[in-house]
Design a protein around this ligand. Structure first.
Ligand code: C5P
Length: 232
């Protein structure tokens, strides 16, 4: 499994996204399409970006009853993306159903990655609102194990958790890690961050990088810098 830098294309319209990708010339970075863009533009934005030759991580974080997730995944599978995701909180049956729905008639499927606990959920919320008394770190690791046991390929996590996830779920279980910043860059609203070089040392398999690239004066150069630091 090749390591890669995934650009979070958090734009509000297809036009803005395509104009942004035009700035990369013949380079075709792996891109993440999230809810905002997908809900604004529908499946056609996925098809357009795919046609330009990019790999796509479709970040829609599905979470529903197993039958609904299975059917939704079957629809997403036809878009021929490279990676997609769901909430591990949906449980093992939902995750197994998702794999079934995602698998094409020829037996292939996109990588399926689980979100464990959102980084916006803090320990207080976990305990007082979700009524989960187990500490956050252990909850995240258990959700990762559930995902692995359900046949998923990896989890979205902080680069700070990548080593522990690999320790618990095996080196081949993928860690897809946002929260990446250049040593001399702005943090924005991210609190616990690592540089691409440190994420590499921590064993991240894919780093997801948004604003350090999308808000840069020269996005193609910022992307190349990420690739140089993360892949070498
Ligand atoms: O701009 P920035 O580099 O912070 O973007 C990070 C991307 O990763 C955003 O699309 C954000 O929604 C996503 N993400 C995250 N933290 C998580 C899960 C996803 O930052 N725990």
């Amino acid at each position: 499994m090749g390591k890669d830098v995934i650009i979070a294309c958090d734009f509000s319209s297809g036009q803005k996204t395509l104009e942004f990708l035009d700035r990369f010339g013949s380079k075709k970075p792996f891109v993440k399409i999230g809810m905002e863009l997908y809900y604004a533009e529908g499946p056609s934005i996925v098809e357009k970006i795919k046609l330009r030759g990019h790999k796509i991580f479709l970040d829609l974080k599905l979470h529903d009853i197993p039958n609904t997730v299975k059917k939704a995944m079957a629809v997403l599978s036809r878009l021929d993306v490279d990676m997609t995701n769901l909430h591990a909180a949906g449980g093992s049956k939902m995750m197994a159903a998702a794999i079934e729905g995602l698998t094409k008639p020829d037996g292939t499927r996109p990588l399926l990655i689980a979100v464990t606990q959102l980084t916006s959920t803090d320990s207080e919320t976990l305990k007082n609102e979700l009524l989960i008394g187990t500490p956050m770190a252990e909850t995240v690791m258990r959700y990762a194990e559930n995902a692995k046991n359900s046949g998923l390929d990896g989890v979205v996590c902080s680069p700070l958790e990548a080593e522990a996830v690999h320790g618990r779920c095996g080196a081949g279980f993928l860690t897809v890690t946002p929260g990446v910043r250049f040593a001399d860059g702005e943090l924005g609203d991210q609190k616990r961050v690592m540089t691409p070089a440190d994420a590499k040392k921590a064993g991240s398999d894919y780093i997801v990088v948004g604003r350090p690239i999308t808000a840069a004066d020269d996005p193609a150069e910022a992307y190349e810098r990420c690739v140089r630091e993360f892949i070498g």
